[in-house]
Design a protein around this ligand. Sequence first.
Ligand code: ZN
Length: 463
Amino acid sequence: MLGAMSPSRLRWGIYFAWHLQGQAKFTFRPWEHIARAQTHRVRRMAGYAYRTVPYYRETFDRLGLTPADFKSVEDLTRLPILERAQIQRDPEYFCSRERPTADLLELRSGGSTGAPRRVFHDLRGVFQNAAHGERERSIWTRFIGRRFGYRELIVAPPHNSTFKVQQFCRERGFYPSGVGIERRYLSLLDSPERVVAEINSFRPDVVHTYGSFLGILFHHLSHAGPETLLHRPKILTYTSDGLSDSVRRLIGQEYHVPIFSTYQAVEAFKIGFECECHRGIHLNADLYPLRIIGPSGQTLPPGESGEVVVSNLVNGGMVLLNYRLGDIATLLPEPCPCGRTLPLLSFPQGRSDDLIELPSGRVLHPQAIRAVFFDRMGVLEYQVVHEEGVRFRVSLLTAPTCDRAATRERVAERFEEYVGAGVVTEIRFVDSIDRTAGGKFRSIISQRARAAAGINETQTASG
Ligand SMILES: [Zn+2]
């Protein structure tokens, strides 16, 4: 139907195809090559931001900076750390005056912690992102067995941004027929029975969802019987909230389905992806350079855990440089055996909202909480609610094989070890753990997060 196609759809189709070239191989290029691409983007974005975005024009002028001061990625740290609350208050302040509003994709996010925020992406950025997706897709398609024409089931929050982004691309861009991926969508709020039924009838090659939903799904299967899953997808991919170590092992050992995570945010679409070595997340450092900071904002060296600060060098709609994402992670010092030169980040270790402040002034890291449950093979999901002082409520979703009495005892022991004598842990075995309004899941609910969000924590106890 070339005759009926508008010139602009064709133009975006060509733009997409142009950016698609060489993406998979790019991840293996020598680091100097990737660093050059990064520097090029830093310089271009600094100039563009100063020229067209009110916030940067004012901030550069106030700090006595000019675009020429941004010679490499390190120079981005000259800018103040941008906080989520700033873009919540006045998103337009960070938008380029050069992009027509009609060409912007508006996404909303963040209902689980505090006020939702609006983020705008421009058409160029969205199409570039679609092309950059080839970096991870080229890994997945080796397991799928073909590059195009496969089936993908997406289980995502209602009003999900993945769907909106794909729809936006389809409406405005041209994709040759026959190369498309057949996609179906379900909601995270759908029951696991419904999702299993859809997997059995649609027979997807890929199931893409949230980490915590895989927990729910495999908890359901461990009770309903693995044989109720008539069709095994070739791979599982997930994003956002964490996948517990025990579910990851369960899926690998009992179902033999490879799992790949991606690291993405509404503010930065393709921060990184997991490769076939499963060591962590390869960072798209040329597109979304990222650093880890400590409590006073100082950059931390590889190996030290801190907060993720990212710069988006792709999106010209809303420009976010030196932006605090709120995730906790560590840059890994070792290169990956896969041969890709993109740096490695640990799997995100929780959010800064998950830090639990104890009355003693000590802070309990989400990784410490995770360690409590690490070797409990029977615990599929956990949720720890910090009630007050040294009181914790722990809800556990377990496999049928779990020895509940032994688990209860060992969890209580670990809490005493990490928090100190006098800790009170109320441990309950539950049939389900409540989601936030968007269907997401939080394994740790600190007092700070409770105060910010008024999270509903009622659960169905089963003993
Ligand atoms: Zn790798």
